[in-house]
Design a protein around this ligand. Sequence first.
Ligand SMILES: *Cc1c(COP(=O)(O)O)cnc(C)c1O
Length: 217
Amino acid sequence: MSLPAIQSRLISACKAAGRDPSDVTLIAVSKVQPLELVRAVLVEGQKVFGENYVQEAQGKWPDLRAEFGPLEVHMIGPLQTNKAKVAMDLFDAIHTLDRPSLATKLANLAQQRGSCPKLFIQINTGEEPQKAGVLPADTDAFIATARALDLPITGLMCIPPEGEDSTPHFNALAALAARNGLTGLSMGMSGDFEAAIAAGATHVRVGSAIFGARDYS
Ligand SMILES: *Cc1c(COP(=O)(O)O)cnc(C)c1O
């Protein structure tokens, strides 16, 4: 695959769902990818990227922003509280607000700096013990807490369990967002972004389908 191929699949999925493609942001997930591949996608005009690791993003994006101009970099990986400050300086959005201690930390930092990245609350729709995220049953209360802290909550995010049909998880996330008056839905990856668009995704996070498989060696 490649960026143009994914863009055209995104547009087809929007058409099939009767949605406007401009309502779906394609986040190119560049974690662990070689710099030359990231640069190639930048040259093709991609402006929105996703990263999982604060340190890796720190080593990459300040230079790329200086070279390529205004870009959006989204944090989509787990965020340690002690990296929250660096993350706030680096990222335009954080998709992984997943616990009260992080909410408090982000709120304190936001107050000090007078600004805050867009925030998505990660929901553990599959209720998997090893996975981060707020449980569905705790979601309404967590959103209320975040709002009481004046945090700018854009929407909800999920990573469905591996090997399961994603659509019920996407629909559950959409329902949780709707009943809390949230319009942002960060859902869908290389294997299921078209299903996510059908279920209402506003942000799809696509890595390997754009860049090829990640090499962690
Ligand atoms: C790595 C990652 C992605 C991209 O996954 P692909 O299957 O390569 O598209 C999307 N979302 C999150 C949270 C990720 O960690």
